[in-house]
Structures are given as structure tokens and as C-alpha cells.
Design a protein around this ligand. Structure first.
Ligand SMILES: NC(=O)C1=CN([C@@H]2O[C@H](COP(=O)(O)OP(=O)(O)OC[C@H]3O[C@@H](n4cnc5c(N)ncnc54)[C@H](OP(=O)(O)O)[C@@H]3O)[C@@H](O)[C@H]2O)C=CC1
Ligand SMILES: N[C@@H](CC=O)C(=O)O
Length: 378
């Protein structure tokens, strides 16, 4: 049986679903001859590890308990009070150092898949060191891939050991399809897409006459938004996906060169308003303006969609009026669509469409990435 040791960073909506999928797929994976050995789970403040990371793992009962505790809103440090000798709780002051040590030890011996299901920029140093010491890296978190070009180059230096399917289109096979096109030498001319589950859902609910404030709160409850929904509404989350796709195509660009349209004004930004204040009091002030834009589009036979266009060296993300009866216009709910135009897909693009957000589908994409690494493990 092949064993894939996994260290999971981030135990929120996506991370918890990943652990649940790992546990529920045990017999399927056993039939495939693979066993995922979870040797660490961290949140922002603590890391849980077995006493001996080289030989032991966090068992399924323990992982289910982790999921229960985190879904109740409690931190992983809660386990300090439950310690019975089978595992260790590493506290905040040692978290980074200990995580790096584990990646060094396992990276050099059996290999380790370091899985980033956080929404943090702070994981990047750990990931780069892990990649350097021979670990595999699997990401749902887009931030490490959208940092500086220097960071990006270090992260993707060993492409066979890096998977990030869920960073674009959640579980949809966007990155895998792009990689196939690229490696076949088929030049991609342009990409048009609706890449935000949140904004897709928001736009189609607005069309049905619901206020923006209500549908954004619903999108958060449904697990579509980033931890701070302004990351979606500012267009930043879509811009990150666009940057990931553009870099995959070999474009040496940074976030600064992307044109981004935000749905809220600067004075409602993260530095000036808390998430709760924004959702309770800020966003209602935007209801009327967007309602008018929806009505205006409708009077032209169109709907609003938050689109991403990559063409040549230009990358733009923003609201567009599109005909109701167009592929983008027909999108509903959290579905994403990606149209790839290349030499082989010239008149009729390659189209990838389906659920583009949600903890379940995103975690499934991460799990498929981990399993896809199996040949790199003994
Ligand atoms: N939901 C979706 O549809 C999709 C999400 N993604 C990406 O998946 C990632 C996770 O999203 P989601 O689960 O919704 O986010 P959550 O906010 O629910 O969870 C984030 C988790 O990361 C933890 N965390 C924060 N900083 C660190 C750190 N430095 N080291 C380790 N853990 C850390 C948080 O800890 P604590 O619990 O202590 O706060 C929390 O457990 C995001 O990057 C998102 O963009 C990608 C595609 C689709
Ligand atoms: N917040 C994102 C989640 C997936 O990347 C979205 O809405 O698409």
C-alpha cells in the first residue's frame, strides 16, 4: 500500500471537508492501493501532530473530532485540555518552526504533501521551504501563487510536485485542462470566464430581484465567499484566479498589471470597517446602485456578469453586460464557466463549466490533487 503523508494547514470550511472526505474515502483508496496518512493539522494558532510523525498518524476518530471541534467554532488549542498521550498540541509560538521542521524531516525521507487550505499569505515561507526540501505542495489557497514572481518561481520550481487545481474553479478541471493544452504545444490565445462562485451566485440572484446585501450574506452562509466577502466583492479573488491562469500561460505579470473593478467603495474597505460592520451596515448602502445597473442591463436584453478576460498581455476583471442568451448570461448560481481559445479550439472554445465554489467540491478537488501525487510516494 502506498502511503501519502499529509500535513494540512487550515481547518476551516474547506480543510474540514477535506478531512471528512479523506475519512469517508478510506475503502475506495484502499482498493486503489493508497493510504493518506494525516500527520498534522493546523489552524491559525496551533498544530496537532502524533507523537512520532515518522511512524504514526492522526487516526480517523481523532480527525472526526477535529472536524467537530472546529465546526463548533472552537480553536485546535482546545485539544490541549484533552491530551491523552497519543498526540501533541504545538502552540502559536512554536507553530511555524515546528511545521518547518516536520517538512524538512519528512520531505527528505518518505516525502510529504503539505496542503494549504488556509486563506493566509503567511503560509508562503513554509511552502517554499517545504518545496525546497522535497515535499509536494497542494493548494486551495490562491495567495501564495499570486505573490511576487520570485515567490511564484520558487513554489512551482518542481511542477510535478505542485498541485493547485482548486485555486481556479474549485473542483473543476481547469488547471489540468490548461496544462494538457500547454504541454501539447497548442498556443492559448485568450480565456474568457466567470470565475467567482460568489459573484456568479450574487449576479443571478440579483436578476431575480433580491437585494445585494441579502444575497451576499446568503453566499457567505453557503460557503462560497472568502472569509472576508469583500475579497470577492472587490474583484481580488477573481483577479487572483486570473493571475494564476495568466502565469500558467507563461505571462510574467503581477497583480498590479490587472485591471480590477470593485463592487464597493474604498471607504468600506477592510482597513476601515470590520467584516461584521460591512455585512450589517455597509453593504445595504450598495443595494440601490446595483439594482439600477441590473434593471438597465435587463432593458437591453442583458444581464450583469463579473467576467475575467485574458488576452495577449491584458488581464481584466470586472462587471460586463452580456446577452441573457449567451454562455455567460445563462450561468446560474455558483457555477463557473471558462472558455479557452487556442489554435485547436479556435472557433469553438474549450468550455469547462460547473459548480465553482463550495466547501464540498473544493475539498474534493484538493483530495483528487493529493491522490494524483501517489506515484511520487513509496
Ligand atoms: N470555499 C470555496 O468555495 C473555495 C475556497 N478556496 C480557498 O480555500 C481556502 C480556505 O477557504 P475556507 O475554508 O473557506 O476558509 P476559512 O476561513 O473557513 O478557513 C481558513 C482556515 O485557515 C486557518 N489559518 C489561517 N491562517 C493560518 C496559518 N497561518 N496557518 C494555518 N492555518 C491558518 C484558519 O484558522 P482559524 O480557524 O484559527 O481561523 C482556518 O482554520 C481559501 O484560501 C479559499 O480561497 C478555493 C476555492 C473555492
Ligand atoms: N470565494 C471564491 C471561492 C472559490 O475560489 C468564489 O466565490 O469563487
Amino acid at each position: 500500500m502506498k502511503k501519502i503523508p499529509v500535513l494540512l494547514m487550515g481547518c476551516g470550511g474547506v480543510g474540514r471537508h477535506l478531512l471528512q472526505h479523506i475519512v469517508s474515502c478510506r475503502s475506495l483508496h484502499a482498493k486503489m492501493g493508497v493510504h493518506i496518512r494525516v500527520i498534522g493539522v493546523s489552524d491559525s494558532k496551533s498544530l496537532l501532530v502524533p507523537m512520532d510523525v515518522l511512524k504514526e498518524e492522526l487516526n480517523d476518530e481523532f480527525l472526526s473530532q477535529v472536524c467537530r471541534i472546529k465546526s463548533n467554532g472552537s480553536p485546535l488549542s482546545t485539544f490541549s485540555a484533552l491530551e491523552k498521550g497519543g498526540f501533541r498540541v504545538v502552540g502559536e509560538s512554536e507553530l511555524r518552526k515546528e511545521t518547518e521542521e516536520i517538512t524538512q524531516i519528512l520531505g527528505k525521507s518518505t516525502g510529504l504533501a503539505v496542503v494549504d487550505c488556509s486563506a493566509s499569505m503567511e503560509t508562503i515561507e513554509i511552502l517554499m521551504k517545504a518545496a525546497e526540501s522535497g515535499c509536494c505542495v497542494v493548494l486551495a489557497n490562491k495567495k501564495p501563487l499570486t505573490s511576487t514572481l520570485e515567490h511564484y518561481d520558487k513554489l512551482v520550481l518542481h511542477p510535478r510536485r505542485v498541485r493547485h487545481e482548486s485555486t481556479v474553479g474549485a473542483g473543476l478541471p481547469v488547471i489540468a485542462s490548461m496544462n494538457r493544452i500547454i504541454s501539447s504545444g497548442d498556443p492559448v490565445h485568450s480565456i474568457l470566464g466567470s470565475l467567482s462562485g460568489t459573484l456568479g451566485y450574487v449576479m443571478s440572484e440579483l436578476e431575480d430581484g433580491k437585494p445585494l446585501s441579502q444575497v451576499v450574506r446568503a453566499a457567505k452562509t453557503l460557503g462560497y465567499t472568502e472569509p472576508d466577502p469583500r475579497d470577492d466583492l472587490s474583484g481580488m479573488d477573481v483577479a487572483r484566479k486570473a493571475l494564476i491562469l495568466a502565469r500558467l500561460l507563461g505571462k510574467r505579470i503581477t497583480m498590479e498589471s490587472i485591471e480590477i473593478e470593485s463592487l464597493y467603495p474604498e471607504e468600506m474597505g477592510p482597513g476601515l470597517m470590520s467584516v461584521d460592520d460591512f455585512l450589517q451596515n455597509g453593504i445595504v448602502k450598495l443595494d440601490q446602485n446595483i439594482e439600477e445597473r441590473v434593471k438597465k442591463a435587463s432593458s437591453n436584453g442583458c444581464v450583469l456578469r463579473y467576467a475575467c478576460v485574458i488576452e495577449g498581455s491584458s488581464v481584466q476583471v470586472g462587471i460586463r453586460e452580456v446577452p441573457k442568451d449567451s454562455p455567460l448570461g445563462r450561468l446560474r448560481g455558483s457555477d463557473n464557466i471558462v472558455e479557452i481559445y487556442s489554435r485547436c479550439y479556435k472557433e469553438q472554445p474549450l468550455v469547462i463549466q460547473g459548480a465553482g465554489a463550495g466547501n464540498d467540491t473544493t475539498a474534493a478537488g484538493v483530495l483528487a490533487d493529493i491522490i494524483d501525487l501517489q506515484d511520487l510516494f513509496p
